[in-house]
Design a protein around this ligand. Structure first.
Ligand code: GAR
Length: 209
């Protein structure tokens, strides 16, 4: 399965995906990395891994549809079967999301449906939850919503601040995203209504790390 990764920043999740896909046993091949932010460190990571990169700066386009037309053109050119959002910090229109229905996945730093949006670690601490984590899900028009493929939970420690908690979640993200991508690329994560049915994945608990 040919995968394009959309990024906006440092790209540590991209790195986890690149590392996993470098293993010949991984069923996904990363064929393009596209950043909406010029100079994003994620681009360097992709170049080091020998993956084609492209900057599509949203500021250079007159409105979201024009920006997304350029994205679609680049994705088509790359022959992408699946889009992975990895720290891609632009909201996408319904039209773009519909075009990639069940073919676009995202990682979010919380146990959805809790803590959609930004500043998830601060908000988890304020809420006093004992467990926090991350989610990989198919993308739907509503922000940070869509059928959940896999989640990883981490404990919240009494002395945590947002940075410490965020670092623990990020480590979990780096394990979770390659696993979720594997499930999707192998055809073992199938959407059924609001849920994802996992089949034949070998490890019984691999959707809960
Ligand atoms: C990650 O924590 C990812 O879950 C989050 O941005 C960070 C990107 O880091 N994504 C979102 O908040 C999307 N709603 P990275 O660039 O090092 O992968």
């Amino acid at each position: 399965m040919k995968v394009a990764v959309l990024v906006s920043g440092r790209g540590s999740n991209l790195q986890a995906l690149l590392d996993a896909c470098a293993d010949p046993s991984h069923p996904a091949e990363i064929v393009a990395v596209i950043s909406n932010v010029p100079g994003a460190y994620a681009l360097e990571r992709a170049e080091k891994a020998g993956v084609t990169t492209q900057v599509i700066d949203h500021k250079a386009y007159d409105g979201r549809p024009a920006f997304e037309d350029a994205l679609n053109a680049a994705l088509d050119e790359a022959g992408a079967d699946l889009v992975c959002l990895a720290g891609f910090m632009r909201l996408l229109t319904d039209a773009f999301v519909d075009r990639w229905h069940d073919r676009m996945i995202n990682i979010h730093p919380s146990l959805l449906p809790s803590f959609k949006g930004l500043h998830t670690h601060e908000r988890a601490l304020e809420a006093g939850v004992r467990f926090h984590g991350c989610t990989v899900h198919f993308v739907r028009a509503d922000m940070d919503a869509g059928p959940i493929i896999a989640q990883a939970a981490v404990p919240v420690h009494p002395d945590d601040d947002a940075d410490a908690l965020g670092a623990r979640v990020l480590e979990a993200e780096h394990r979770l995203y390659p696993l979720a991508l594997r499930l999707v690329a192998e055809g073992h994560a199938r959407v059924s209504g609001q849920r994802v049915v996992i089949t034949n994945h070998g490890a019984p608990d691999s959707t809960v790390l």
